[in-house]
Unconditional design. Structure first.
Length: 505
């Protein structure tokens, strides 16, 4: 699930506001603006308020086992719906991540909790917890992303189709189509003896590479590239090349070095004995160590991987990079810096460096990734060149949902399934170091009741809710037959039977 940082929930207004964008939040499944949660059979007696930041936080038990709360919608974007009631006594939250994909199918994660606030700062008394507790630890924010040619996605991201107005779930990693450029190549000719060459002309060298004339001259075998003894006085390597990332080799000192630029190797640039090796090779960062504290963006070597610390946490120490977890896409602490190729050094080889993999659009309008550094010409053009497969591999198809023929390989259309049906409920099964046992259940409903005025001589049950003299809603705490003495709030002993029911507006 993609979690963005560009919107937040304004607790005063209960509205979602964008901080960095003028886009509007799009409701995905037509969720109602308000829902009702009915908690029942909750027993807090004898249950310590230990789920707190304070060791001595404890308050009297909640005696009302049944209660209704009306929650307002605070966010609906990117596959997450959230409702909340936050008053002076209680806080109730319902959050549902209603679309995910883990490779085995669709799953939905739900989190409901009810707790009572106390007079002690940061002290809460949980009354009901159910679902995946750690889905959101903090005030969450989420954003949707439009599915465009310039947008990349990984499995689990959601995207909004600008064509259908509907949301889709990414089920296969997707690169931005704009990453694939139009192929461009050289058109060299065969070298000829006793011919005048002008600056800029291209010919084939005897090793199969392409060279470009840098000095006007009439050719002789002495200037023939690259067997003539003085060929470098008239010719130079054609510098326009496609690369397959950054090559990493082990130097003669046993340390690892990365290629700074595309170049053809020879003894003069061999790391670290060549006289000019520093122009072509750079020292790799140190190997990862469990004793080192890494800051945000700090890079380390880990086996045949280059990894980067994700976040500036003080204690990013001792966290082993999980490079086998889809190349650290889901590692909390580390990410793999892609497109590094660990290989051996040899003379006369074209080494890749100076950036990531080159990507181009083939003649079949599909995306291809360079797998071997080379100088481009007609023979290696994908996919019409006679040996293009030695240099390129297929990587990507255009996949705009409902338009491109292969879109279902990358996207699954989101189908909504909500809890707002009568009879559906969750059971409180929170179990951790603070809380053990089972108490009660919660039912969901999109039907918001009209609370009736209090009546005299009526059998009220715990959990019943009525409108008092002050037009506030009150919840019954003790079964009783009503009389004017216990009428909220004008009765002399009304607060022995009733409690103000907040979160009902």
């Amino acid at each position: 699930m993609s979690i963005g940082k560009s919107i937040h929930v304004d607790k005063a207004s209960g509205k979602v506001k964008f901080l960095e964008s003028s886009r509007k939040v799009i409701a995905t499944c037509g969720f109602p603006q308000r829902i009702m949660l009915t908690f029942s059979e909750i027993h807090e007696a004898g249950f310590s308020c230990g789920y707190t930041y304070e060791d001595d936080c404890d308050t009297p038990p909640w005696v009302n086992p049944n209660r209704r709360f009306i929650l307002n919608k605070t966010a609906d974007a990117g596959g997450v719906i959230a409702y909340e009631c936050n008053d002076t006594i209680f806080r109730v939250r319902f959050i549902m991540q209603y679309i995910t994909y883990d490779g085995n199918g669709f799953r939905r994660y739900i989190w409901v909790y009810l707790y009572r606030k106390t007079a002690i700062a940061n002290c809460i008394c949980p009354l009901f917890m159910s679902g995946w507790e750690h889905i959101w630890q903090d005030e969450f924010s989420d954003e949707f992303q439009s599915i465009t040619d310039s947008a990349s996605s990984i499995v689990g991201n959601t995207g909004l189709s600008l064509n259908t107005g509907e949301q889709y779930l990414c089920i296969k990693h997707r690169r931005a189509w704009s990453d694939y450029k139009v192929w461009s190549g050289y058109t060299p000719s065969n070298w000829q003896d006793n011919k005048q060459y002008n600056v800029g002309e291209l010919v084939w060298a005897t090793n199969g590479d392409i060279v470009i004339c840098n000095t006007q001259h009439t050719s002789t075998f002495a200037t023939k590239p690259i067997t003539g003894e003085s060929w470098t006085s008239k010719w130079q390597w054609a510098t326009y090349s496609y690369r397959h990332g950054v090559d990493v080799v082990t130097g003669t000192d046993g340390k690892k070095y990365y290629s700074r630029r595309i170049h053809t190797s020879d003894p003069s640039n061999k790391p670290v004995t060549g006289g000019s090796w520093g122009l072509y090779w750079g020292a790799c960062p140190a190997e990862w160590s469990s004793n080192t504290t890494y800051t945000s963006g700090q890079v380390a070597m880990y086996g045949d991987n280059v990894v980067r610390s994700r976040y500036n946490y003080v204690n990013n120490k001792g966290h082993t990079p999980d490079v086998d977890n889809d190349s650290c896409l889901y590692d909390y602490w580390w990410e793999v810096i892609f497109d590094h190729n660990f290989t051996t050094w040899s003379s006369g080889r074209l080494y890749s460096g100076g950036g990531g993999n080159s990507r181009v659009r083939g003649t079949d309008n599909k995306g291809y990734k360079c797998i071997k550094a080379h100088q481009p010409h007609a023979d290696n053009k994908p996919i019409t060149g006679s040996n293009w497969q030695d240099y390129w591999e297929f990587e990507y198809k255009k996949n705009t949902p409902e338009i491109d023929p292969d879109w279902k390989e990358y996207w699954a259309k989101i189908k909504c399934d909500t809890l707002f049906q009568e009879g559906r409920f969750l059971v409180n099964e929170q179990m951790d170091e603070f809380v053990t046992g089972r108490w009660g259940k919660v039912e969901f409903s999109a039907e918001i009741p009209e609370f009736l005025a209090w009546q005299n001589d009526y059998e009220y049950k715990v959990g019943d809710m009525v409108v008092g003299d002050d037009n506030q809603v009150y919840a019954c705490e003790i079964d009783h037959t009503s009389s004017f003495e216990n009428k909220p709030v004008s009765g002399t002993n009304w607060n022995d039977y009733w409690i103000l029911a907040e979160c009902v507006d």
